[in-house]
Design a binder for this molecule. Sequence first.
Ligand code: PHB
Length: 251
Amino acid sequence: MANSPSGDSVTDRIVRILDTFTTERTVQSATDIGRRAGLPSATAHRQVEALVEAGLLERDEDRRVRLGMRLWELALRGSHALRLRQAAMPYMERVQATVREHTQLAVLEQNEALFLERLSSPDSGANITRVAGRLPLHASSSGLVLLAFGSTELQERVLTAPLARISPETITDAATLRRTLAHIRRVGYVVAPGSIESVSTGVAVPVRDGSGAVVAALSVVLPRTAPTEGAIAALSDAAAGIRSTLTADRR
Ligand code: PHB
C-alpha cells in the first residue's frame, strides 16, 4: 500500500477518516474530518472525495459528509452479527412483550460491549444504549456477562487496567469485579443495579451458539426499583431459543 511522506499507508488514512465518525458525530465537514484524523487538509479533502466517489461516504446538500449506505451494505453482507441478530429478533420481541422494557443484544468487540439491536417501547425508562454504540465491559450488565464468559486473557487485561467510575455504583475494584465475574459464571446471569446510571438496573444473560460458546449477551434495562425475577426468566428462555435457532442454522 502506498505510503505518504509521514509513513502512514492509504489504509491507515482511510481507517483514521472513518474512525472520526461516532454515534454522536455522524455528519462532519471534510476540514473537520482532516483535523480529527490528523491529516493535512489537502490530503483529507482528496481522500474524502475518493471515498464519496466509491460510495463509502456520502455528502448532504451542505457538502457535509456522513458514512455511506454502501459501507453499511458491505459490512452486513455475510456478517456473523447480522445472522446473530436475525436469530435473536423473534426472541427479543418476546422478551420485550413480556418485560415491556428495553431489550438489547450485545457482542464483545475490542474490549467493549457493542450493541447490535435494541427494542424499546415509548414508555420504557432511561437507557443510554444505542444500536452500533458501545458500553464498557465492567460497567454494564451486558459487558459483565461478556467479560465473565470471555477469555482469561481478556479478563486479566480488564482487571489489571484502571476501572473507570461511570456512576457511583460502578465496580472499580478489581477484587470485587473478579468475585462478580465468578458469581455470574455460577448463576448464569447478572443483575447490575446502577452500574452505569443510578436510575436503572441492567439484567443480562449469556447467549450461546450451537457449539456452546458464548457469542453475545442479551439484556434488559429496568427502572431501578423494578423486580428482576421475571426478566431473568424471560431472558434465559430467550437465550435458549436463540441457541436452538443457531444450532439449527449449523446443520
Ligand atoms: C446495563 O446494561 O447495565 C445498562 C445499560 C444501559 C443503561 C443502564 C444499564 O442505560
